[in-house]
Structure formats: C-alpha cells, structure tokens
Design a protein around this ligand. Structure first.
Ligand code: KG4
Ligand code: ZN
Length: 376
C-alpha cells in the first residue's frame, strides 16, 4: 500500500554490507556486498578488514538498492541502521552513513537492534508477526529463545547460550575439518551425503535439571574435535560427511527440542526461526516436523533473508515508523553490545514530548523505554 512507510535499512554489523528497502511489509530491494572472501584465509572475520570493506561498499550498495527499488532517496520516510550488537568499527561505518544520508535528506534516523531485525524480517516473507512472537535466534554470535510481545518495544529473553553460539560451533567444526569459512553452509552441503546417526555426539544442557531454554555448544564442539583427533591419531580416514551430519543433527536436535518446549510452556502456537543458522536445511526440516507434530506453525524466512542483510533492518525500521516509535538522536552511537531487550535506540529526550505528538498505540511501552534510557 502506498501509505505504508518506505524505509531504507543499512546493515554493517559483521562482514556483509547490506542495504535493503521496504514499504511496510513489502521487500523492494535487498543489495548485499560481502567481504567474506577477504576473511576466508584468516578463518574468521577480521574486524579492521570488514570496516574498510564496508567503507568502500557503502555508497555503491545504497545506490544499487535505490535503483533496484525504483525509488528516489527523497521519497523515503526514514533511514534505519543496525546500531548493535556487532563489531564496533564495522557498525560505526553503517551508523555514520545512515546519519549522513538521514541528515542530508531531512529524514528521521532509526538505530535498531540487529537481533530484533533478524526476527522482524519474516514480515517480508510471511506477513505481520503474531503477537507475541516466539523466536529462536541462531547466528554466528547469538543463540537465544526470545518471546516478543511487540518486536518494536518488548523483547524478552527466555534463554540463551552459556558458551558458544550455534553458528560459531559450525564455523569451528568446519575449521577442524579443514572445510573453510564460514562453516555453516559447507557443513550443511556435505552433511547431505552423511548419516546423522553415525556418531552419537552429546546434546548439551538437555538433562532434567538443566536450564530448559539455555544452550551450550562448547561440549559438543570439544567432543567432535576429540573424535576427529582420535581418528587422525589412529591413522584412519575421517568420515567427513558422517561427522558433519552427526554434528549438525546434535545442533538441530537441541535447538528444535527447546524451541518447541518453550512454545508449549508459554502457550504460543507458532515459532519463528531467524539468524544465519536458520538457513540450515536440516534445522529447517527438523523444525518443520517437530512443529507439525506439536501443532505449532513454523515461520522461517528464505535462506537469503536469514543471513545478514539490509532488508531486515529496513523491515524493523518500517515497523518503528508504522508504530510511531521515536526516532534516534543525531548523536546515536554504535553499541557493540546493545542488549537484545532494546529493539531500537530512541532519542533519550523524546519522552518529554511523547504525549504531545504521540502516534503510539502503547504509552506504557514508551514510558518503559524512556525510563530505561534515563537510568541505564
Ligand atoms: O546472522 P549471520 O549471517 O551473522 C551474524 O549475525 O552472526 O550468521 C552467520 C552464521 C555463521 O556462523 C555461519 O556459519 C552460519 O550463520 N550459517 C549457517 C548456514 N548459513 C550460515 N549455519 C548452518 N547452516 C547454514 N546453511
Ligand atoms: Zn546476524
């Protein structure tokens, strides 16, 4: 609809320079420039290399997105940008670019949370998110179960990893197997030729006394690495496909089991899975089956929208505009450890005016955010 907010979103939290444009829940452009090849030989993302690549890719990627969407920058209703969490230097490039464009164009600026964006992106695929939304967020830096009554103002963590993130485990195991970086997509591909039941790897934190919604992948990672080392020490060939499939099965099993349990416990009849690891084919298939068995509707965006992109930032920005959330201040800064409970970074001064020009549906949430800002 033409009256829905037209928002451009910029994402630079890691190694992807993403620029997306959405109108409400409709995706108009999703331009991504990745520096992953520049990091591959180091086996992980090198922050300084990423920042420099963002700087070079920023303006061309914005121009490409505007052209793809067929809109003029002057038509935008706002500019959204990932304010955190992520690599400080990388975030800074996106935040600076967003400020420059917003200020020059006279548009409101919305500094938003990368993790909430990974959830909100599903609106572009499956329409409005149910409220509350139960989300399993699995990426290279995070693994959490989140309950979000309102993705623009109220995101509650039910549990998270106590050590490695799920994507991190994929990357580390791929390294041990000499499969390159990032590990997730390679393991996903190789595992198709393997037997997921070949090796019984441990399922972390699944005992009766363990925290129901927390995750742990460090023990699994060590167990897989030891298993591989033992094979090598014995001079035997490592069955890469079986190891990949069995490791992937352990991750997918724990993630889906806990997510379905959280839905049942909280009485939520649907589950959203987001973040880079949500692109994993086995996780998607197992989640599909377990959700169906439990009468839960599963929502997972297409793989390209699961890994980092600008469209997800635009999607959350558009929702902020639609719900009348206050824009960010011009001195918005990048926050490498922005908590998941802050879907965006509102202007701390805005609460004094929030009643005067309030488009908001929910005053309590605005007060909640203002209070947090005052006393944080
Ligand atoms: O969300 P994302 O693109 O960046 C972060 O915010 O971290 O997630 C990147 C992570 C990496 O660890 C990568 O190995 C993993 O997502 N990943 C996958 C797959 N595609 C990406 N993991 C498993 N299977 C995949 N197909
Ligand atoms: Zn991400």
């Amino acid at each position: 609809m033409a009256d829905e907010p037209l928002v451009l979103g910029i994402e630079t939290s890691c190694d992807e320079t993403g620029v997306g444009i959405v109108r409400g829940h409709t995706l108009l452009a999703d331009a991504v420039a990745s520096s992953v090849d520049e990091h591959a030989r180091f086996g992980g993302v090198v922050p300084e290399v990423a920042s420099r690549a963002h700087l070079e890719a920023m303006v061309p990627t914005i121009q490409r997105a505007l052209k793809e969407a067929g809109v003029a920058a002057s038509d935008l209703d706002g500019i959204a940008v990932t304010a955190g969490p992520g690599l400080a230097g990388a975030l800074l490039v996106g935040v600076s670019a967003a400020k420059a464009y917003a200020y020059a164009l006279g548009k409101p600026l919305y500094g938003v949370n990368h993790l909430a964006s990974h959830i909100c992106v599903d609106q572009l695929e499956h329409g409005p998110l149910p409220e509350p939304t139960m989300a399993l967020l699995v990426s290279g830096g995070h693994s959490s179960l989140l309950l979000a009554p309102d993705i623009t103002s109220d995101v509650r963590p039910l549990g998270s990893t106590i050590d490695d993130a799920a994507g991190e485990a994929f990357d580390k195991i791929a390294r041990v197997l000499h499969l390159g970086f990032p590990g997730g997509p390679v393991i996903d591909r190789i595992a198709r030729d393997g037997d997921p039941d070949a090796i019984a790897f441990p399922r972390g934190l699944t005992g009766p006394r363990d925290a129901a919604y927390d995750f742990s992948f460090s023990g699994l990672k060590t167990a897989v690495a030891r298993w591989i080392e033992a094979k090598r020490a014995a001079g035997e060939e490592v069955p890469v496909a079986d190891v990949s499939a069995s490791f992937q099965e352990a991750v997918a099993d724990v993630l889906t089991r806990k997510a379905v349990r959280a839905c049942k416990d909280e009485g939520v009849d649907h589950l959203m899975i987001g973040g880079g690891v949500a692109a994993n084919s086995r996780l998607r298939a197992l989640a599909e089956r377990r959700c169906e068995d439990a009468g839960i509707t599963l929502r997972v965006p297409r793989p390209k929208l699961c890994t980092d992109n600008g469209a997800m930032v635009a999607a959350l920005g558009a929702e902020m505009v639609a719900r009348g959330r206050s824009a960010s201040a011009w001195d918005l800064s990048a926050d490498s450890s922005l908590p998941v409970t802050d879907p965006h970074v509102p202007d701390p001064e805005a609460h004094t005016h929030s009643h005067a020009h309030s488009h908001t549906h929910d005053h309590d949430h605005v007060h909640e955010l203002s209070r947090k800002n005052l006393y944080a």
